[in-house]
Design a protein. Structure first.
Lengths: 305, 629
């Protein structure tokens, strides 16, 4: 993301304020907020009744029931608390890769740019809902994080953080990064992983680790059309952007079709893996207009409401 | 299988180049990708097919080599030859004799009509019905071997033209049979000439004769000869024979010109079939300085064959040997040398003679005198010593020696009969013990152990040097009274002077001329008016030459003046055009199966070229389908 590039306009921000991040689980919060919690508290939302015990606040006694049943019953109200939302943003070299520029055509933003914009949007929604938001870079390891932020006033910090990704180093190691993340965080919450999942060791172990650590995981699979349907032909020396490993191929229709089949199988496996484990999964193509991506794709993916 | 263009085999040298290009490493374009995970999964599967990959590479190379070989095969224009087990092989004999130059109606020569027919027939040749072309003239040749290739046939026909020589068609028919003997299937021989050949048709029943001529009237010069007058070798008499081969009387003028200048013109009138001899008694040849001696007889008539209206001859131009006689007076020798037209001699006394003069003469006769400064090997020139010789011994003279041995094969003794020769006395001669400076000596005449005639020769940088030594004075014998004397002396003098190979003044077209070992002939006929002289360097002919055209040919001889050779047709068989017959329908001579040419019977090179094209397309398709690399 370019340091001076404007991410959102005010109209888009106002649209974002109407949204909130969906969490299937209820997590214990630290502060009053606008999100339901398992605790009862002082909100206006009625939750339940229970028998009066000594020490209860007499203001909570339901006098109407006492008049009819001659029993002291206390009204319980839901406790609305905040939610901790963490964004794990893949900053590996593969996220910065862009396909060779087509003749006369324009390139979409890199996958990292797209991931940053999505993270910014979702962070804004979280901040607007008084959730605690934190962002983390990862690549070959878990890198710097933003630190917990709450409230819309902290949004500029989010933007500053996203404008300074760490330098690209090494190949993607998702599992190691997630392991560090789970060890570092004591409070569970909602975790968004924004990555292309191109980890040679696989993404499955990392997602299982998060799930077993009681996090609610949402995967935003950031993809570039250039790697889904590469525009290659002829005798080529393919060089991987992360490891600089090379492979000689002669690109032709048959080989490209087999490549596309392989990529489709990878995407399908990722979707099925997440579905089976109750992990939210959305494919975010960087060629899709950003507003459409946030307002439609993520909503359709049941990540926003 | 026969290849019409075997030079294409040189392109086989290009095969290593193809293999080399194939072995060159492909330069691949580097492209960055986000991950190799998917490519590696695909290629892992491909590696299982490594054997197929190698085969694929090999297939690519083999395909390219096969395409290359097919193109080479097409370029070499192969013909299946005797592999064809069915079909018909046809030999066309095209008459190229002089008579084929006769004009027919439409101002077209008989040869052009014949060639037109052959060209149209060659178009119908197929792989199963190939045609070969033989030319029949002074010598017979296979112009095109069995082939169905129309192009090569047309190219050969374009090059052909009738000669000026007579020829024998029977030899060509026999050559055609020889060609056909090795081939299977039906055999056909078509002779395209100007007249029916009943004798040939009887001898060879399978021969078809196509006559393209019609009877024509013609007048011809059938002989032109020159000879020097006995009383004046500088003047020649010229004999011309003309004959009317027509059916009506002819009138005209016979013109004789020398080196393009008109000498004489005589009117003539000949009845049908009549011939006439004309003599031009005194033609001054060598009187004209720088004369080539080109003598041309020309008939001022218009008839069917212009070729025999002109004849060419050369005036004899004798080149006498220069001989010096050093003598105090020898009546016999002086009279003998004066009588020999091939000798121009000078007389000198021994006192006036110097050895340095010898180089200016072809031979020097020293009559009973020997200069004191004469040394074998040191003195140049050809010498004939009489009595006083370098081989004399200080011994008493031989009294009445008898000639006991002669070498009849020696040039000095050619036609010489020395029987019954009486010699009063002779000087004893002895050859030197050690042969000096490359001399080789012989003793053609001996009296027991004593040589009576010694001859010697040696090679020098300037040519041959020769000498002869006679041991007796002819006046002291009865030799001058015998016929052997002029022969012996003339033979010896001419042998000393060096006999040159005799070049005939004129031969007939088609006749083979054997050239001398150092003679060269310029093979282009020159006719008056003068053409430019041939360049000094060019395709000269050596050894043997068979002229096909009338005219004059230049013969170069090292160290001597160039000579000319006149060539004429002089053939009554070629000039008599009355025997031709109206043309038969050409189509009747076409063998069966000639008329329809199916696609499969096209020339083999076309099939090879098509196969190369198809394979090339297949290779291109496989390459783009990535089946080959």
């Amino acid at each position: 993301m370019h340091p001076s590039a404007p991410i959102f306009d005010s109209a888009f921000l106002s649209k974002l304020e109407q949204l909130s991040l969906l969490s299937r689980k209820l997590f214990r919060g630290e502060h009053h907020a606008e999100r339901k919690s398992r605790q009862t508290g002082s909100s206006l939302e009625f939750a339940d009744f229970r028998n009066y015990t000594s020490g209860d606040d007499l203001r909570a006694v339901d006098w109407n029931i006492y008049g009819r049943l001659d029993r002291l019953v206390v009204k319980l109200f839901e406790q609305e608390q905040d939610l901790q939302i963490d964004f794990l943003i893949d900053a590996s070299p593969s996220m910065r890769w862009q396909p060779p520029k087509a003749r006369g055509g324009t390139l979409p933003p890199s996958k990292l740019d797209a991931a940053c914009r999505i993270a910014a949007s979702l962070s804004y929604i979280g901040l607007a809902n008084l959730d605690r938001v934190n962002l983390h870079w990862f690549g070959d390891a878990l890198r710097a994080d933003l630190g917990l932020s709450r409230g819309k006033s902290q949004f500029h910090k989010v933007l500053d953080f996203l404008r300074t990704p760490p330098p690209p180093e090494g190949e993607t190691r998702l599992t190691a990064s997630v392991r560090t993340f789970t060890q570092r965080l004591k409070r569970r919450g909602l975790v968004f992983i924004l990555s292309d999942l191109l980890d040679p060791a696989g993404y499955q172990e990392a997602l299982d680790l998060l799930r077993h650590s009681q996090f609610e995981v949402q995967v935003i699979h950031v993809l570039d059309p250039g790697e889904l349907r590469p525009d290659l032909s002829g005798d080529l020396r393919l060089i991987e952007v992360e490891t600089q490993a090379a492979l000689e191929v002669t690109a032709h229709d048959t080989l490209l079709r087999r490549y596309e089949q392989e990529v489709d199988r990878f995407l399908e496996e990722a979707a099925q893996f997440c579905l089976k484990r109750g992990i939210g999964y959305v494919r975010a193509l960087n060629s899709v207009p950003f507003e459409d991506l946030v307002l439609r794709v993520l909503r359709d993916g049941r990540m926003l409401q | 299988m026969t290849f019409l263009a075997p030079w294409a085999a040189w392109f086989l040298a290009g095969i290593p180049l193809i293999v080399l290009l194939y072995l060159l490493k492909l330069k691949r374009e580097p492209v960055q990708v986000s991950t190799l995970i998917f490519w590696q999964r695909i290629l892992q599967e491909n590696r299982r097919r490594a054997l197929f990959q190698r085969l694929r590479n090999l297939l690519s190379l083999l395909l390219q080599l096969l395409i290359f070989l097919l193109i080479l095969g097409a370029l070499a224009k192969p013909t299946l030859g005797h592999w064809i087990s069915s079909g018909a092989s046809t030999v066309i004999i095209l008459d190229t004799r002089a008579r084929m130059q006769a004009l027919e109606s439409g101002n077209e020569t008989r040869f052009e009509k014949a060639r037109r027919w052959v060209r149209s027939t060659a178009r119908q040749a197929t792989a199963k019905t190939p045609i070969a072309l033989i030319t029949a003239g002074a010598s017979d040749a296979v112009a095109v071997p069995f082939s169905s290739d129309e192009k090569s046939m047309n190219e050969a026909l374009d090059r052909l033209e009738p000669g000026d020589a007579e020829g024998e068609l029977k030899r060509a028919v026999e050559l055609a049979h020889t060609l056909l003997a090795a081939r299977r299937g039906q055999h056909r021989i078509v002779l395209v000439t100007d007249a029916p050949q009943p004798a040939l048709s009887r001898a060879y029943p399978d021969l078809k004769v196509l006559s393209v001529g019609t009877p024509q009237d013609n007048v011809a010069i059938t002989r032109l000869a020159t000879r020097p007058l006995l009383n004046s070798v500088q003047t020649s008499e010229v004999l011309v024979e003309i004959r009317n081969f027509g059916r009506v009387p002819v009138r005209g003028t016979l013109e004789l010109s020398l080196d393009g200048r008109l000498l004489d013109a005589k009117p003539f009138e000949l009845a049908a079939g009549e011939s006439k001899l004309d003599l031009f008694p005194a033609v001054p040849g060598n009187a004209l300085r720088n004369s080539r001696g080109w003598l041309k007889a020309q008939l001022d008539v218009t008839d069917a064959l212009a070729l025999d209206n002109a004849a060419y001859a050369l005036l004899p131009q004798p080149h006498p040997h220069r001989v010096l006689l050093v003598s105090k007076g020898n009546w016999f020798l002086e009279k003998l040398l004066a009588a020999d037209p091939r000798v121009a001699f000078d007389l000198l006394t021994p006192e006036a003679f110097e050895l340095s003069m010898a180089s200016k003469f072809d031979a020097v006769i020293l009559d009973q005198t020997l200069p004191e400064t004469f040394r074998l090997g040191a003195t140049g020139g050809n010498f004939f010593f009489l009595k006083n010789t370098p081989f004399n011994q200080d011994q008493p003279a031989l009294d009445r020696p008898l000639i006991t041995e002669t070498q009849a094969e020696h040039p000095a003794l050619r036609l010489v009969n020395l029987q019954n020769i009486t010699i009063v006395r002779a000087t004893p001669l002895k050859l030197p013990e050690a042969t000096p400076d490359g001399w080789t000596f012989e003793m053609p005449i001996r009296a027991l152990d004593h040589p009576l005639l010694v001859t010697g020769a040696r090679k020098t940088p300037t040519g041959d040097q020769r000498l002869a030594a006679l041991a007796f004075d002819p006046a002291e014998s009865d030799l001058p009274l015998h016929i052997a004397f002029p022969l012996l002396m003339a033979n010896t003098v001419h042998w000393l002077a060096g006999e040159q190979p005799v070049i005939p003044l004129a031969i007939r077209a088609g006749q083979t001329l054997a050239l001398g070992p150092e003679q060269r002939l310029w093979p282009e006929a020159l006719t008056p008016p003068e053409k430019p002289l041939p360049p000094p360097e060019g395709p000269w002919v050596t050894a043997f030459f068979q002229p096909q055209k009338q005219g004059y040919y230049l013969i170069a001889q090292p160290g001597q003046k160039s000579a000319w050779l006149a060539v004429n047709t002089f053939s009554e068989a070629e000039s008599d055009l009355r025997g031709a017959a109206p043309a038969e329908p050409a189509a009747a001579l076409l063998p069966t199966g000639f008329s329809i040419k199916s696609v499969t019977e096209r020339p083999l090179w076309q099939a090879l070229a098509l196969a190369a094209l198809l394979l090339s397309t297949l290779e291109w398709w496989l390459f783009h389908r990535r089946r080959t690399e």
